[in-house]
Each structure stands twice: as C-alpha cells, then as structure tokens.
Design a protein around this ligand. Structure first.
Ligand code: ATP
Ligand code: MG
Length: 231
C-alpha cells in the first residue's frame, strides 16, 4: 500500500468539510476525485499530500503513520516522493520558467537536472519560453510550467488539482497522456477533475458529496459531469 487515509475528517470553523474519508492508493493506480465546487476536493488533496493536517484520522505512507511525522519529516517525504500540481499554478514571479521548474531540485539539493527540466518543458511546448518570467506567460503556459515542475524529480505520487484547466483539448489530451503514463511506470496519480475524458482514463473515480467520499463507476462519473453540462 502506497498511501492510505483512514477515517480522515476535516473541520473548518465548526463545519465538517470531510467526514471519515477512507481512501487507499496503490502503486500503478490512478484515482480521480470529483464533486461540486467547495465540496473539499483540494482540501483532501492537501491532506493526502501532507500539506494540511486533518482534524481527525490517520494517514499512512508506505505503511508508516505519516500523521506522527515531524514537520521536517513531512517536508522530506513531500520533496522526495510527491509531486504537486496545484489548482493555481503558484509559480515564483521573480524566477524564470526554467528556474521555477528546477525549484524542487534546489530544495532537494539535487544537481544536474537542468537538461531534464529543459526536456520536460520542451515536451510540453515551452522550449522557447525557458527564460521568460511567469508574468510573461499565458495561464495555460503557466499551468504547463507547474506540471513540468511536479514531474522533475520523478515522484512516486503525483497530486494534480484540475491539471487541464485553461488548456485547449489537444493540450489537455497530451497532458492526460503524460499523467496517465505515470501509473504504467508504477507511480500513482491522484487527480481532481471534472473532465469526463480524464475520469474515463482513471482506474477509479471517487466523489465527495456532503463530506462523504464514495466510489463512482466510470460511466456514472462521466455522466454526472455531463449532466452538469460542464462539457
Ligand atoms: N483555510 C480555510 N479556512 C476556512 N475554510 C476553508 C479553508 N480552506 C477551505 N475552506 C472551505 O472548505 C471547503 C472546501 O474547500 P476546497 O477548496 O477543498 O473545495 P474544492 O472542492 O476544491 O472546490 P473547487 O472545485 O471550487 O476548487 C469550502 O467551503 C471552503 O470555503
Ligand atoms: Mg479546489
């Protein structure tokens, strides 16, 4: 078992956002998380990624109680094993595209990753933008920089929050190919999405509804997105 949440609950200001969420994520698996805006998808992703403490419950990473880790230990796990694609790209404004992608290498004190960073950016159509600052990019380009940054250190789990927002369908399909290629290499992908095309590619889709996590069948997941006329 790679990552497991056991009865995770999260309260904000007395409101129960997540209630007893149990989710097991294995190597080679892709899990899509869906649900209406504000239901707690990003909150769950942050808890699974050790960025946010749950109010109650346990998180196990490779069988170890991650909830008991110190802040330094959590940071070490995040930097060494996790890749994050946030809902908002969160690039550092004063750093070039290339340096933004290299930030996980600086944090992890890993050298010689410039060629890899350039190759990932090139693969996402950003070869001519390496020296640009984030303020000089379109929102879709920023998103692709954030995706490149998440892939730099070849993490074992990628957490992706609406990774194809702001991308045209061709680019979205290419990002999908890239992300869903990771479970084939034994990694795990946990992604928040409303996109039925991404849901269909995931090994499982789960939905958060009034704080409760439930499994959806693939067709039900795609239908529920279509019914809301998001596509
Ligand atoms: N730091 C916080 N303090 C108080 N309430 C918060 C905080 N962060 C999130 N919330 C609340 O928790 C709920 C879930 O937020 P979250 O960002 O997880 O939703 P989401 O499902 O990702 O929504 P969206 O699809 O719009 O991104 C929301 O009602 C939000 O207002
Ligand atoms: Mg969100």
């Amino acid at each position: 078992m790679l990552l497991e949440s056991v009865n995770i609950s999260k309260n904000y200001d007395g409101d129960a956002i997540l209630k007893d969420v149990c989710l097991r994520i294995e190597h080679g698996e892709s899990v899509a998380i869906t649900g209406v805006s504000g239901c707690g998808k990003s909150t769950l992703l942050s808890i699974l990624g050790l960025l946010l403490d749950p109010t109650k419950g346990e998180l196990l990473f490779r069988g170890e109680r991650a909830s008991g880790f110190s802040e330094d230990e959590k940071a070490h796990v995040r930097n060494s094993h996790f890749g994050f694609i946030f809902q908002n790209p969160q690039l550092i404004g004063s750093l070039s595209v290339l340096d933004n992608v290299l930030t996980p290498a600086f944090l992890g004190r890993k050298n010689n990753l410039q060629t890899r960073a350039e190759a990932i950016l090139g693969g996402l159509g950003l070869k001519s933008r390496l020296k640009h600052l984030p303020s000089q990019l379109s929102i879709g380009q920023k998103r692709r920089v954030a995706i490149s940054r998440a892939l730099l250190l070849d993490p074992v789990i990628i957490f992706a929050d609406e990774p194809t927002n702001d991308l045209d369908s061709e680019r979205a399909a290419r990002i999908g190919d890239l992300l869903f290629g990771l479970p084939l290499k034994g990694k795990a992908l946990v992604l928040v999405t409303h996109d039925p095309r991404l849901m269909q590619r995931a090994s499982r889709t789960v939905q958060i509804h009034e704080g409760i996590l439930r499994e959806l069948s693939v067709s039900a997941a795609a239908m529920s997105a279509l019914e809301r006329e998001e596509y």
